[in-house]
Design a binder for this molecule. Structure first.
Ligand SMILES: Nc1ncnc2c1ncn2[C@@H]1O[C@H](COP(=O)(O)OP(=O)(O)OP(=O)(O)O)[C@@H](O)[C@H]1O
Length: 681
């Protein structure tokens, strides 16, 4: 048995040295195409085009999805349905004993009235939200296992991306994160180019996603999921919001994918007649039950056997939807009829016939339901879909994930932070601030103004950054959840990468602000002191941001997070030592230690008056030694006594740093463990 070679080595070998070591099998076209088997049963298809460019694609195994008697029950809080109810929960059946079989190469449409359970069925088949699910689901002859995630793609109804990225950047980051490390960067990028070509989005490849059309966005959404070359693609209403031309173009893309052997299951609302007829199979649901399963062209003849005739020239999809949306009685009739008409595959015909009270003519229009027996479970590729145990759960290692996520976060924050508007805001505010405290004298009467300058410095930027922190997760979380649902990366690598990438960028504008305002206000000419004050300002910004991230991650409702943040910030500011110098003892004795403003303010006051500068006395109202010496001078360090500073500069720094670490860690834990989702199925 030849030793296992890494794919890159083997691919190169395939083109330079065609040998037959048993692991490389030349395809029909001996010169240009090879199938290479990899660990875990995956195969790679390598093609050499005429111009010598190399194309690489993982050949995904063909998968038949079989589901048998699948039900889903959820517990809804009783008070939500009936406020007078004494019960805690009421059970609701979202899916009721549905069965079906979908083959590779097919496009299957799930249709039915709003709320009939299409998304629930898609989620269930895709292995998402499996709580309360009973029945059997097989992929070929294997039951769902988390490790199959990479072979199943789920295209959500909403096109959720970092919209500032261009189409190519979006696909490239996804490829780098989700394609395994045994492919080179060059091959991952080649895969991106292939997807762009396959989905016909070359025209907008370098356009930011926020500027492309709805149809293009949908294709980027599908492309993102296709990068890992999944075998089964679930799509939740992919054509909603698209005009008919874009919808048809999208269906063409899906047809291409089906022709490559992929299994495609899509829910759809109101397809045009052309799209409706293009499906290989139609599954109609009503109230969580199947009411028709067969070829779309057989739907109208089937309903006609029950006396429901479509007017001529009417879009069959519209007619079917009108029918199931009519009154409850018709829906009940259709549900009952399906139960009696349905055919079970691989059961002997006698028991099938015994079930039938309806005419055989209705049954001829239906496809058979699987019986749940071994005979239903086809596995044409005979591939083990569950990777061997030694394979990592993640496509790439922790460090690689972090580097890629760092680069993405750096790019995104750079784009949102370094706008002309933000630079303008920082500069204008710095100048206004500088003008208010313009070139203060080194004199006794400027001491209160100097302390207020410091307090302003230590509150303005932290406040602003904290609000940004609160908003960071509610908007990003949905993207992270989507990416993590397809097994892209660890939450910890995302969190660390985001923290590392954003911190330096978040600090650029406050630094610029301080340089201008500090010089204009004439604070302290010692460069070391300037750097120390800058360090405190930046650290308090990081503390405030961490607190913001924590609140943003912990609260389901953004409004609640903002309200709590406002109350918290105002309270911490009030007890921070600047506004009230003589807090009631019972209050001040503990609250002032909670305020991170207090620590940076205290430390910077000490820094400002450090260095033994000569200050001019004025009236002795602040400095005792000036009382009888209005024209005299005093050493700046004396001013520190006027303020009730608590602890040393070093200790202040340590406490602030500790707060930063604690808040960051809590923010991570909140993000990891507090579920802010709305509880949809
Ligand atoms: N967490 C939940 N709590 C209560 N009801 C739920 C929950 N999730 C789903 N449902 C209900 O289950 C039913 C099926 O929902 P589902 O989203 O699957 O329907 P759908 O056919 O996809 O609808 P639409 O076409 O409007 O998207 C709906 O009545 C919905 O209100």
């Amino acid at each position: 048995m030849p030793p296992f070679q890494e794919p890159n080595e083997r691919i190169n070998k395939a083109f330079t040295n065609i040998d037959s070591n048993g692991t490389m099998k030349p395809n029909e076209d001996q010169q240009s195409q090879y199938i290479i088997e990899m660990r875990g049963g995956d195969t790679l298809q390598v093609q050499m085009s005429v111009d010598g460019a190399r194309k690489l694609a993982a050949l995904s195994p063909r998968i038949t999805v079989t589901y048998h008697n699948v039900s889903k029950v959820i517990n809804v809080p009783a008070k939500m349905i009936d406020p007078s109810s004494k019960e805690r929960f009421i059970q609701r059946k979202l899916l009721d004993q549905v069965s079906g079989q979908i083959y590779s190469g097919q496009i299957v449409a799930l249709m039915g009235p709003s709320g009939c359970g299409k998304t629930t069925l898609l989620n269930t088949l895709a292995g998402r939200a499996l709580n309360g699910v009973s029945g059997d689901i097989w992929f070929n002859n294997q039951r769902y296992d988390k490790s199959m995630k990479r072979k199943l793609a789920y295209v959500l109804q909403q096109d959720i991306f970092f919209e500032r990225l261009t189409v190519k950047q979006q696909l490239t980051y996804t490829a780098l994160l989700r394609l395994p490390n045994n492919l080179s960067r060059q091959d991952k990028l080649a895969q991106v180019e292939q997807i762009i070509e396959q989905l016909r989005i070359q025209k907008c490849a370098d356009t930011p996603i926020m500027l492309i059309s709805g149809g293009e966005k949908k294709r980027v959404n599908i492309g993102t999921e296709l990068l890992t070359n999944p075998s089964v693609i679930f799509l939740d209403e992919p054509t909603s919001g698209l005009d008919s031309t874009s919808a048809v173009a999208l269906m063409d893309v899906l047809r291409d994918l089906a022709m490559q052997g992929k299994t495609i299951i899509t829910s759809i609302h109101q397809p045009s007649s052309q799209i409706f007829q293009s499906f290989d199979q139609l599954i109609l649901l009503a109230d969580g039950k199947t009411i028709f399963m067969g070829k779309p062209s057989n739907a109208l003849p089937y309903f006609a056997t029950m006396g429901h005739h479509s007017p001529p020239q009417y879009n069959p999809a519209d007619y079917v939807m009108d029918l199931v949306n009519q009154d409850m009685k018709i829906r009940e009739q259709l549900k009952e009829a399906y139960l009696k008409n349905k055919i079970i595959k691989n059961l002997n015909t006698i028991s099938n016939q015994l079930q039938s009270e309806y005419s055989l003519s209705a049954r001829q229009y239906l496809l058979g339901e699987p019986s749940g027996n071994e005979a239903d479970l086809t596995n044409p590729d005979n591939v083990n879909l569950i990777p061997t145990k030694h394979e990592s759960k993640w496509p790439i290692g922790f460090l690689s994930q972090m580097l890629i996520l760092f680069s993405r976060a750096f790019r995104l924050t750079g784009k949102s932070q370094f706008t002309l508007l933000n630079f303008g805001q920082a500069l204008v505010l710095a100048v206004i601030c500088g003008l208010c405290w313009l070139r203060m004298d080194f004199a006794e009467n400027t001491i209160p103004d100097r302390s207020s300058f410091i307090f302003f410095l230590m509150t303005f930027w932290p406040l602003q950054t904290m609000m940004h922190g609160i908003l960071a997760f509610p908007f990003e979380r949905i993207i992270i959840e989507k990416e993590r649902a397809s097994g892209s990366y660890r939450l910890s690598s995302y969190f660390i990468a985001k923290s590392l990438a954003e911190a330096p960028l978040k600090l650029v504008l406050p630094t610029l602000f301080l340089i201008v305002a500090y010089w204009m206000a004439n604070i302290n000419s010692n460069f070391g002191i300037f750097l120390a004050i800058l360090a405190f300002q930046l650290l308090s910004i990081l503390v405030a941001e961490s607190l913001g991230l924590l609140l943003g991650a912990a609260f389901k409702n953004l409004q609640h997070a903002i309200t709590v943040a406002t109350v918290l910030l105002m309270s911490l500011m009030l007890v921070g030592g600047f506004f009230v110098r003589n807090l009631p003892h019972w209050l001040g004795v503990w609250t002032k230690w909670l305020s991170f403003f207090q620590y940076s303010y205290d430390a910077c006051l000490q820094l400002q008056f450090k260095g033994g500068y000569i200050y001019q006395c004025v009236d002795g109202s602040i400095i005792t030694s000036c009382r009888n010496n209005p024209n005299g001078t005093f050493i700046s360090n004396e001013a520190i006594k006027y303020f009730d500073v608590g602890i040393s500069i070093g200790l202040n720094f340590l406490v602030l740093f500790g707060m930063f670490v604690v808040f960051r860690t809590l923010a991570y834990l909140a993000l990891r463990f507090i579920n802010t989702r709305t509880g949809r199925t």
